[in-house]
Write a protein of this length. Structure first.
Length: 347
């Protein structure tokens, strides 16, 4: 293990703030977050603020990505503390760790202390003179941040470099590819986005007959664009990104193989006016619905679970005119449908 790797591993255990937990740790990010202070009076890490249609209490939203390989960032680097506050926090942690470390561990902690107190640092790691306190207010130390909604602990803790300095208005060093940027914020907004649980309208509603086409539709008023925004604001550093979900189609799954869908693919595309399907009206009983289902057998004493899944086209825009596309998202609701046999009477 290299000396640097040992230092990182030590502080991942003895000072978890530097293993990626200064932002969004503990109970996780909240729907709308702001920075705060800890019990020692040191200003807390700058946090990501979420607004718009997002899940409450920092929870993961209800959007499922259509791309099974896509995932939001498991961690990132973001502004943490100014120079004076960082010195107070880091020097105390180093002193605590040094009190119990021996051998190689003690040497590694000594080198970390040198890294932040001596501008010449150690090996190939240039340091900071007295924690850069002479530049307090001109920049911030950045640190790794865990995504509290990432289930893989190894991925979540992979932003494990020791905190580093960034001048106000400057970009983080290029080697920190996981530094927070508008695209990452857009992905986090996607992760927290909450889509409406739209229930499709059925005719007949709730109870239908075997071999009788059931019309299905969504009115434009129930089917609209949704936005979620993620933003981070620190002295000399501010970014934001808005992720927009636009509904494009509805997919029907009858809940049984003994059924036919209209169209045959089960995917009903959006109409020019923003609606999906066509409302049933008197006189259309003999027509084939543009969006619907025909059940071929009775549900007996139970029901079939009709799953109606909306597909959303998702794109983002952010600071500096940045923008692009994200994988389509899906969100489905389930409705119970009762199917009766049509009774025939022979005389």
């Amino acid at each position: 293990m290299t000396t640097l790797a040992l230092v990182i591993s030590l502080f991942a255990v003895s000072a978890p703030a530097y293993a990626g937990k200064p932002v969004g740790s503990g109970n996780g990010a909240e729907a709308e977050q702001t920075g705060g202070g800890d019990d020692s009076g040191i200003h807390a890490a700058v946090r990501i603020e979420y607004s718009g249609s997002v899940a409450p209490n920092g929870g993961t939203g209800n959007v499922a990505s259509a791309d099974v390989n896509w995932e939001p960032p498991p961690c990132w680097y973001a502004p943490y503390l100014g120079a004076k506050d960082f010195k107070k926090k880091m020097s105390a942690d180093i002193e605590d760790a040094a009190g119990t470390a021996t051998g190689t561990a003690a040497s590694a902690i000594g080198q970390t202390k040198q890294h932040y107190e001596d501008e010449f640092g150690w090996e190939d790691h240039p340091g900071y003179k007295d924690y850069n306190v002479d530049k307090d207010g001109e920049g911030m130390f950045w640190a790794g941040v865990e995504n509290p909604n990432e289930p893989d602990i190894l991925k979540r803790g992979s932003c494990s470099e020791l905190p580093f300095w960034v001048d106000n208005g400057e970009a983080p060093p290029p080697q920190f590819e996981q530094a927070i940027d508008p695209e990452m914020l857009a992905a986090l907004a996607y992760q927290h986005m909450e889509l409406p649980g739209t229930e499709v309208t059925l005719a007949p509603d709730g109870t239908t007959k075997v071999n009788l086409p059931t019309w299905t539709w969504l009115d434009k008023a129930d089917f609209h664009e949704v936005q979620a925004t993620a933003a981070i604001n620190a002295p000399g550093f501010a970014l934001q990104a808005t992720t927009t979900a636009t509904p494009v189609s509805l997919t029907l799954k009858p809940g049984t193989d003994d059924a036919e869908t209209y169209p045959a693919s089960g995917e009903c595309t959006i109409n020019a006016d923003g609606s999906i399907g066509e409302p049933y009206a008197k006189g259309k009983a003999d027509q084939t619905p543009p969006c619907g289902i025909k059940y071929l057998r009775s549900s007996g004493n139970g029901t079939f679970d009709l799953q109606a899944t909306i597909t959303w086209d998702i794109a983002w825009t952010g600071t500096g005119g940045a923008g692009g596309d994200l994988p389509d998202g899906t969100f489905g609701t389930t409705q119970a449908v009762t199917v009766h046999e049509i009774q025939a009477v022979n005389r």
